[in-house]
Design a protein around this ligand. Structure first.
Ligand SMILES: Nc1ncnc2c1ncn2[C@@H]1O[C@H](COP(=O)(O)OP(=O)(O)OP(=O)(O)O)[C@@H](O)[C@H]1O
Ligand SMILES: [Mg+2]
Length: 206
């Protein structure tokens, strides 16, 4: 294990290496505030994969970690560019490191690119949203410029613990919210023209 890549409120992400010397990202969920515990209930309840979880904090953290791991696997298998998931144990998730030599790639939020590059990135994000819906049968549910990394010419989607299956009662609501957030960023901050929310919604679901 090497340095801390990111230290958020609930999770810490470390840069690490395996015995072969490949870079890894290790995400460790530390503690859950009661506020966060409350907010994640809506993503766990309603997902048939996580129906019988006990209510104590430890069980919820482990379920949350496992949920992120399984969502990553499902997305990776559907051809969506996410960090390749390697391993999950208790509150620890090990995945591909998105960056180089221990330096993480920038978030979309942190980039200043040319107009044509933003058009290209938007197109890829919409494609991944479509694959996520139609092939992985999942909705990201927290998609924004903060959870998209730009690795050279690749667009990498991260942070998928809260992603839900399509049979979740709020899946449609989460999808529309993701679309809104993504389009708002490209329109207002990247300053490019975007299709309407309705057009994008139809493209994703059909
Ligand atoms: N696989 C990875 N490779 C490199 N860096 C990563 C990876 N996954 C996450 N990160 C970095 O760690 C940060 C936090 O990760 P993530 O978004 O998954 O967690 P989070 O729960 O949203 O944490 P936070 O509260 O800090 O936003 C990301 O913004 C990114 O900078
Ligand atoms: Mg995040």
């Amino acid at each position: 294990m090497y340095g801390v890549v990111s230290s958020g409120k609930e999770a810490r992400v470390y840069w690490a290496k395996n015995r072969k010397g490949d870079d890894l990202a290790v995400k460790i969920y530390l503690t859950f505030t009661s506020e966060f515990k409350k907010s994640i209930r809506q993503y766990i309840e309603g997902d048939p994969r996580f129906e019988r979880i006990r209510g104590d904090t430890r069980s919820i953290i482990y379920a949350w970690t496992r949920k992120e791991y399984r969502n990553l696997k499902r997305m990776y298998g559907a051809g969506i560019r996410v960090p390749k998931p390697y391993y999950c144990h208790k509150n620890i998730l090990v995945m591909e490191f998105i960056g180089e030599n221990g330096v993480r790639a920038p978030l979309l939020k942190e980039t200043r690119l040319e107009e044509d590059e933003y058009y290209d990135i938007l197109e890829r994000v919409l494609n991944y949203m479509g694959l996520m819906y139609k092939k992985a049968r999942l909705v990201h549910a927290d998609l924004s410029e903060y959870n998209i990394m730009i690795l050279g010419r690749e667009v990498v989607i991260i942070d998928v613990a809260q992603s839900v299956t399509l049979d979740h009662p709020m899946a449609d609501y989460f999808l529309r919210r993701d679309i809104k957030n993504v389009l708002r960023y490209f329109r207002e901050e990247a300053d490019i023209e975007t299709p309407s929310e309705e057009e994008v919604y139809r493209r994703i679901v059909q």
